[in-house]
Design a protein around this ligand. Sequence first.
Ligand code: HEC
Ligand code: HEC
Length: 327
Amino acid sequence: MSALYVFGGAITIAAPNADSMKRGQAVYSRTCMSCHQPTGMGLPPLYPPLAGSEWVSKDASIAVRNIVNGMQGPVTVKGVKYNSMMPPVAGVSDRDIADVVTYVNNSFGNTGPVVTEAEVAAIKKKYADRNKPWNAYELDPDLALGTQAKVEEIKPENAEFLPAIALQAKRGKRVYQNQCTSCHKDDGEGDDYSYPALRGSKIVALGPNVIVPIILNGLQGPLVSKGLLYDGSCPRVGAWSNEAIAIGNLRRLADRTSPNRPPDFSLQKSDIDALNHIEGDIADLVTFIGNSWGNKMKAVTVEDVKAIRRDNSRDKPWTVKELELKK
Ligand code: HEC
Ligand code: HEC
């Protein structure tokens, strides 16, 4: 709350006027308080604080944009992770927005700029096409990555294009629809907050050495994909895990071992068929993903999958950082 006087003319840089603050407080009580609390401290881990928030101090347009369109998905505020949703705030005029942001900027120990009605109108105009909540990374990439373990943007390998065998991709599509569509969607677009797109994904472009381990063990932790931040987990397909395969083999072994005969530990045709079936499904699936929706990748063979699976003895999900080293 300071005013700068230069010679005779006063240039007010950050002195909110009392009327605006008072109106802002009323708007705050009506439209923000239930979540961000009277103290501005929020309610971790559900509602992030506005008091001392780096998002509030970084740029007033962030609060304005959140009020107009809402915000959803992972975000770190003052070192605490949230992964929730702020709906757009209804029933507020440009002046209400200017007042409440000015109020938030200058309350709870915050000291930030005064926001005018004209500035609110300009921000709204600039983002007039926006019709869904913001992802933290869109609001501010630096803050979105924040204090978390560095989330690297993956650089694509020179994905070499050979036409996929159409039949293989067709089989792979069925596997995709059974195992992946529920989250990543039929069009491979996922969504902007919870499920990253596989279409045009740089992680997918890294190829089978990265995708097969994700399928076998899952993927967890923050990642940036196509300019959006995610922080969830991609479950492995349980029936395809090394444990499930080992248990299946034991069961088949038990089936063919009678009490009157010594156990037969040799690998039988049925074991090999079962394994080939799983590895074939994975090869088809990765070939489908790698060659759909504009993605380009070499066809993946059962032998590729076998080799990757052999090198992949692990019992927990991968992080992006670890997979990056695998490419
Ligand atoms: C229904 C609950 C709710 C209401 C009402 C609400 N918010 Fe939020 N707000 C949230 C949640 C939840 C997030 C984090 C969203 C996420 O996880 O991506 C958030 C995030 C924010 C952020 C960025 C993160 C931070 O903590 O600095 C700002 C700024 C913000 N809200 C301002 C406001 C203002 C100003 C109002 C009132 C005009 C308001 N919110 C009303 C729930 C709410
Ligand atoms: C229950 C929802 C769900 C299912 C089902 C699912 N995934 Fe995922 N997937 C996710 C989530 C969430 C992430 C982001 C994980 C993170 O934040 O670390 C992800 C990330 C990925 C990524 C990294 C993509 C990128 O660019 O960020 C790939 C590749 C992937 N999944 C492949 C698959 C495949 C293949 C299947 C089907 C066998 C599948 N997923 C099934 C939820 C799911």
